[in-house]
Design a protein around this ligand. Structure first.
Ligand code: NCD
Ligand code: ZN
Length: 349
């Protein structure tokens, strides 16, 4: 049970149910950043080349584990990247190797999704295998057709694809990742107990004005793209209800400064170093700190069917500024999400 005072919040240690750690030398940056706060994280498989089978997932897990700081209790939870060539055997083998979930990227929807799936219905035998073997389906829910406006792509995906998947596979656990719209929040709220969603800090804190008013703000650019204010408000109202269908997934997705501040800037916000504080700020603003622990630490574990954490973390009311830049292990800088802005809660060591 959380303890909340005006100055201090103590909650069960949270998990991050949607995270990009990248690979190789980047792990020396990203793994400590997440291990600072989170006990477990669902690690996205969109490497180049992607993590498409059990062997690749286990090798990637080993590389991540080597980067875990001494004394940390952090453990990565691995995922598989679904392609047109994924087989039912791949699912069975991955599940046996401890892979909890598979990620569906519609081909071309986001960063490193070129190997993603081109026909959803062609994947139905794979979804059936996932349902049979108890593997979760994590979905980047956006259509990719050129004629569909980028701000409508999530809503269209729900109509064209998600409704069908959920109807055809009632036993399959589905997480609609990083939801951005009122439509998604309403769909998930009304769906069966096997359908849930993650929500990022940026989609709770910002709307598309924060991307486009007064100049383009490349560090607020992520996919699915920030939507209009009514959608941000709907997401905020949704987490304030305390519904157990919604949980923390930062989608922390680092790209070097030069790749963000670019004529063709990459999508993704690097939020790991301040993630829990950003969420605390939102729940505090909503006067819903009593719902913070459920969202951050309980609902995700319950949905995934893994034990809840038992240890706790404490945040104190304390002003601090997010740094303007962080140096990566390769010497290049990265601009963290909310760089230079002041937060009012700070994780205690
Ligand atoms: C992610 C990335 O950079 O890997 N980018 C993003 O904008 N969220 C991919 C993703 O989750 O869509
Ligand atoms: Zn992501």
């Amino acid at each position: 049970m959380a303890t909340i005072t005006d100055q201090e919040i103590t909650i069960i240690q949270p998990d991050d149910w949607h995270l990009h750690l990248r690979d190789n030398d980047m792990l020396a940056e990203t793994v400590p950043a997440t291990a600072r706060c989170f006990s477990r994280a669902i690690v996205m498989p969109n490497l180049v080349p992607p993590v498409t089978n059990a062997a690749l997932a286990l090798e990637y897990q080993e590389r991540i584990e080597k980067a875990i700081p001494a004394g940390s209790n952090f453990s990565p939870l691995m995922t598989l990247y679904l392609t047109n060539d994924t087989t039912e055997e791949d699912i069975k083998a991955a599940k046996a190797a401890g892979v909890l979930a598979s990620k569906l990227y519609p081909a071309g929807a986001t960063t490193n999704s070129a190997s993603g799936v081109s026909s959803l219905t062609a994947m139905y035998p794979v979804f059936q295998a996932m349902s049979d073997h108890g593997m979760l389906l994590l979905i980047h829910g956006e259509v990719t057709e050129n004629h569909v406006d980028i701000f409508d792509r999530e809503k269209e995906f729900i109509e064209q694809h998600l409704k069908g998947i959920v109807e055809n596979f009632p036993k399959l656990k589905v997480v609609l990742e990083h939801i951005t719209t009122k439509d998604a929040a309403e769909f998930v709220s009304a769906a069966s107990a096997n359908v849930a969603a993650t929500i990022t800090p940026q989609h709770l804190l910002l709307n598309r004005n924060d991307l486009l008013v007064g100049g383009i703000k490349p560090h607020n650019y992520c996919l699915p793209v920030l939507k209009r204010n009514i959608h941000q408000q709907a997401l905020r109202e949704t987490v304030a209800t305390g519904s157990n269908k919604f949980f923390l997934g930062t989608d922390s997705a680092p790209h070097e400064q030069s790749k963000k501040e670019n004529a063709c800037g990459c999508a993704g916000c690097y939020s790991a170093w301040s993630a829990i504080e950003l969420y605390a700020q939102v729940f505090d603003e909503l006067d819903a700190l009593d719902k913070f622990e459920g969202f951050a630490s309980l609902h995700g574990a319950d949905f995934y069917g893994v034990p809840r954490n038992t240890n706790t973390i404490t945040l104190r009311r304390e002003s601090w500024d997010i740094p303007q830049a962080i140096d990566l292990p390769n010497g290049n800088p990265i601009v963290p999400f909310f760089a230079g802005q002041t937060l009012s809660w700070k994780l205690q060591d």
